[in-house]
Design a protein around this ligand. Structure first.
Ligand code: ATP
Ligand code: MG
Length: 355
């Protein structure tokens, strides 16, 4: 059986470098190399509302922004079905059945939820929809019989939760022939790309934490963000020895720098190890390292920015594509929903026929 790939993003803001290395790079690789059966990218607008209930406009506007980000990076809409979560009603019916297979305590133990609750500052006013979004995410994944989910590290607990739901469903309703198979995450190759830190060095780069370098940021903004990024607070003079651990600029170099960049932009060094050694010894200033990073990131982002300008000229056809794709996704999800209901014995039509 060929793989079915599904992944997605919340339309809470433009996509950033964390998305690029955490998930988009793998999506591009799979799109171009894997012999898959179906490939979906879901724009999770309903999930975004779980912590943005009073900010519908933001979520709505970012649907097109996120889609343009995908297309600018090279996601090919002829190969990948990009659709909008809220336009596939079956997902919410599936969620309802799954909610009965999960305990509140289990949701409260989810480490990503715990961290997000802290960042969002809900205190004692946690929206029930937010606490339960991992269940809705399980429905998104399972509605399409997904086998592979390319994601960053923060999504592993969600996939674990999804796998538990598959076991629970199969145990209760379908002990013999199974409705769902177990989806697997695909993480980036480099550890640092699983969870790219934000420019503040505090938490992961995230749209909601305001610490991101966006794929659509202009040249000047990118440079400004890099020049003010967190490094080593004890590295005050150029001659001071500097720390690599926790230093955001070196984290980004780990993620994006290749040996060829040294030849082009910093020929005094051969590779990143040499640069790190010099920094740790002392005698290498932050500004020089930051300007090198800026060269690398501008090289990556310039073509993405240019493609975006082209795409922005025909927004209508992008919306049409999204709505067409959502209809197709809905038909697929309907098949799964029917299989689920059959497995559960939730078939009232048969009852009516008997009477
Ligand atoms: P929000 O703050 O609204 O939750 P986000 O920036 O966390 O937004 P999501 O839409 O939640 O972005 O995440 C989409 C995908 O991108 C997920 O697969 C997630 O693992 C990945 N991702 C997000 N941030 C990072 C990051 N900093 N490093 C690596 N992967 C990331
Ligand atoms: Mg997130």
């Amino acid at each position: 059986m060929k793989d079915i790939v599904l992944t997605g993003d919340r339309p809470t803001g433009n996509l950033h470098l964390g998305h690029f290395v955490g998930s988009i790079a793998n999506r591009l690789k799979l799109q171009n190399e894997l012999d898959y059966d179906k490939f979906y990218i879901m724009i999770a607008d309903t999930q975004a509302l779980t912590d943005n209930a009073n900010n519908v406009e933001k979520v709505k506007n970012n649907i097109i922004q996120v889609t343009i980000d995908y297309l600018s990076c090279g996601i090919d809409p002829r190969k990948v079905n990009i659709f909008i979560q809220s336009q596939v009603p079956q997902l919410f019916e599936i969620t309802s059945y799954f909610l009965n297979l999960v305990t509140v305590a289990r949701l409260q133990r989810n480490p990503t939820i715990k961290e997000e609750l802290k960042v969002r500052g809900f205190n004692n006013a946690i929206p029930a929809g937010f606490l339960t979004y991992p269940v809705s995410q399980a429905a998104d994944i399972l509605a399409f019989q997904t086998t592979l989910v390319p994601v960053g590290e923060d999504q592993l607990p969600m996939i674990e939760q999804t796998r538990e739901i598959v076991h629970a469903f199969n145990n209760i309703y379908q002990p013999k022939s199974q409705v769902f198979s177990l989806p697997k995450p695909i993480l980036p190759e480099k550890k640092i790309c699983e969870r790219l830190p934000g420019v503040d060095g505090k938490v992961k780069m995230s749209k909601s934490a305001g610490n991101a370098i966006n794929l659509c940021d202009d040249e000047k903004t990118v440079k400004q963000k890099i020049m003010s990024a967190y490094t080593d607070p004890d590295h005050i003079r150029v001659s001071d020895p500097g720390k690599i651990q926790g230093n955001v600029v070196f984290a980004y170099l780990d993620a994006f720098c290749q040996d060829k960049h040294f030849k082009k932009y910093l020929p005094d060094y051969e590779n990143l190890d040499q640069l790190k050694q010099h920094y740790e010894k002392g005698g290498l200033g932050d500004v020089k390292v930051k300007l090198f990073l800026n060269d690398i990131l501008q090289e990556l982002l310039t073509p993405i920015r240019e493609k975006r300008l082209q795409l922005e000229k025909d927004i209508d056809s992008i919306y049409e594509m999204l709505f067409e794709n959502s209809k197709k996704a809905s038909l697929e999800a309907q098949k799964t929903l029917q299989q689920m209901k059959d497995a559960m014995g939730l078939n009232y039509k048969k009852l009516l026929e008997k009477h």
